[in-house]
Design a protein around this ligand. Sequence first.
Ligand code: ZN
Length: 56
Amino acid sequence: MQRVKRRIACPTCGDDVTTPVPDEDVEPKPRPYRAAYGEYTTLECSNDHTVWVYFC
Ligand SMILES: [Zn+2]
């Protein structure tokens, strides 16, 4: 099974960040803060911003 990755933009600086996604039909939504609920993963962009990525 192939692992799917997407490129998204850091919501703070717009830098490209690569995120794994659970399914290729899922659209990752980057946020600069943590939401109260939802499936997410956290990443760091090259400028040390934390990016919370939610899958809808
Ligand atoms: Zn950034």
